[in-house]
Design a protein around this ligand. Structure first.
Ligand code: NAD
Length: 499
């Protein structure tokens, strides 16, 4: 039996986290693998928040003057440090968030990838030069950093989401203050220590450029309400977003909201069914259903329904559930007891409206919560199907007509990710044109985005976009500059104002 406390101690020592930070505090750090307490983490109080935001503001005032490609050099070094620490970080994510080894390593790889992306970006923060109607004038757009960027993150991506935000925010010239999930403070301490090594190698990065605020939701609220924070990028439940969005709007601060999903996949009659099976199985069961992009609703055409459900049941029956430290496990634990209770509640609600549940039982006992992923055949899109339950539940429904099922697919509050499995180009294009999600895929599942694209969703998913494409613009403000190099003063729109 592996002693996780010992393993964590060794990992955090190697990663450069001080013992006091995680042994002398008041907030328990717990592993979902066994329910064991791993440490007592130090949290921040109001005075510490105030002091750190002051330091972050000062850091911004100096960092903004560092040329962007030089800022990229810091992120390049950070990527190097992450590469060196990848195995230890992945193991830490596995123990603290309960992910299987390949998914833990994949999460750290995402941090490395976004660093690479941001380094390139540091030489591409382009603005336009725009034709002006006035002779002897030049008009252009210039992008400036915003200030202090606040990041609030969820437990299920304990390190990558911060990196998505921080790497872009830093090359754009901002400082970063991060409130990680209270369920994954150790991973936050570790990646912050890795960043500190990159900053030390960089040499003249301002002190306080990247800071951590560990604590519960009240710490997130303090970040949201503080005037010194120009933008808050908040990842978590729609309930959290409903609280955060009006508070930010109330002080006219910027928001990037990355909230819950209720992602659907359609399997059409022409689909490559082997490929669809793999795509659906990973999308629905991967990370024990605890991804924002997890497939939660499956629409099967009547002509393939019975055969596909039978094969899915086979896949569900064969998947190994258990401690990710053991070989061949594909489904790890739920994060905690509350997640298990919510799953059982949703399964009960599904039965109450005519759902037929396969799986969903608890595996093992004690203080960890492992479950068999659940497949629920539903008579329609009703009851719990309409909401995200952050657990491995896949609701399966039968459809007859593509346009009708696309309408049904869109008829939920969230709008994050969506997919169709088809080999019919007309069906594929009709779906892509009509899906109301931020992510729409053909012949791949709803989960597993890569960093080059803009990531995020519509409706109650919050509308934010992070990571690739032109997401960087959200971390900057745009100024339109007009320069008159003539000796006349022509006014726009032909206005005359002769004195
Ligand atoms: P959560 O909403 O409980 O917590 C997320 C973070 O928000 C935590 O750091 C928490 O302390 C903080 N928080 C909670 N209430 C707050 C408030 N009122 N003000 C300020 N901060 C507050 O979410 P969770 O259980 O950690 O994560 C699961 C949820 O996150 C799911 O709904 C999932 O879909 C979503 N998620 C979305 C994305 C995305 O990119 N769209 C990515 C990952 C997770």
């Amino acid at each position: 039996m592996v002693q996780l406390g010992q393993v964590i101690g060794d990992l955090l020592d190697r990663l450069g986290v001080s013992r006091a930070a995680w042994t002398e505090g008041k907030m328990p750090a717990v592993t979902p693998l066994t329910g064991e307490q791993l440490g007592m983490v130090q949290t921040v109080d109001a005075a510490a928040i105030d002091e750190r935001l002051d330091r972050a503001s000062a850091a911004f005032r100096s960092w903004r003057h560092v040329p962007a490609p030089r800022r990229g050099e810091l992120v390049r070094l950070w990527g190097e440090e992450l590469r060196a620490a990848k195995d230890d970080l992945a193991r830490l994510v596995m123990i603290e968030a309960g992910k299987i080894p390949s998914e833990s390593a994949g999460e750290v790889q995402e941090m490395i990838d976004i660093c690479d992306f941001a380094v390139g970006l540091s030489r591409q923060l382009y603005g336009l030069t725009i034709a002006t109607e006035r002779p002897g004038h030049r008009m252009m757009e210039v992008w400036h950093p915003l200030g202090v960027v606040g990041v609030i993150s969820a437990f299920n991506f304990p390190v990558a989401v911060w990196a998505w935000n921080a790497a872009l925010a830093l090359v754009c010239g901002n400082s970063v203050v991060w409130k990680p999930s209270e369920k994954t403070p150790l991973a936050a301490l570790a990646v912050q220590a890795v960043f500190a090594r990159a900053a030390a190698r960089f040499g003249d990065a301002p002190e306080g450029l990247s800071q951590l605020l560990i604590g519960g939701r009240e710490i997130g609220e303090a970040l949201v309400d503080d005037r010194r924070v120009a933008l808050v990028s908040a990842t978590g439940s729609t309930r959290m977003g409903r609280s955060v969005a009006p508070r930010l709007a109330g002080r006219f601060a910027r928001a990037i909201l990355e909230l819950g999903g209720n992602n659907g996949a359609i399997v059409a009659p022409s689909a490559d069914l082997d490929l669809a099976l793999r795509g659906v199985a990973f999308g629905a069961m991967g990370t024990a259903g605890q991804r924002c992009t997890t497939t939660r609703r499956l629409f099967l055409h009547d002509s393939i329904y019975d055969g596909f459900v039978a094969r899915l049941k086979g896949a569900y029956g064969s998947v190994r559930v258990g401690n990710p430290l053991e070989d061949e496990v594909l489904v790890g634990p739920l994060i905690d007891r509350a997640a298990y209770d919510m799953m059982q509640e949703a399964l009960g609600a599904a039965k109450a409206v005519g759902g037929v549940v396969h799986g969903g039982e608890r595996v093992g006992d004690g203080d960890s919560y492992f479950v068999k992923p659940a497949l629920v055949e539903m008579p329609g899109q009703v009851g719990p199907v309409l909401d995200e339950t952050f657990a491995p539940i896949l609701y399966v429904m039968r459809y007859y007509d593509l346009d009708a099922v696309i309408d049904l697919h869109n008829d939920v509050a969230a709008g994050l990710s969506s997919a169709i499995f088809t080999t019919d180009v007309r069906e594929a294009e009709r779906f892509l044109a009509a899906s109301d999600c931020g992510i729409a895929n053909v012949n791949l599942g709803t989960s597993g985005a890569e960093i080059g694209g803009a990531f995020g969703g519509e409706k109650e998913t919050g509308g934010g976009r992070e990571s690739g494409s032109d997401s960087w613009r959200q971390y900057m403000r745009r100024a339109t500059n007009t320069i008159n190099y003539s000796d006349a003063l022509p006014l726009a729109q032909g206005v005359s104002f002769e004195l």
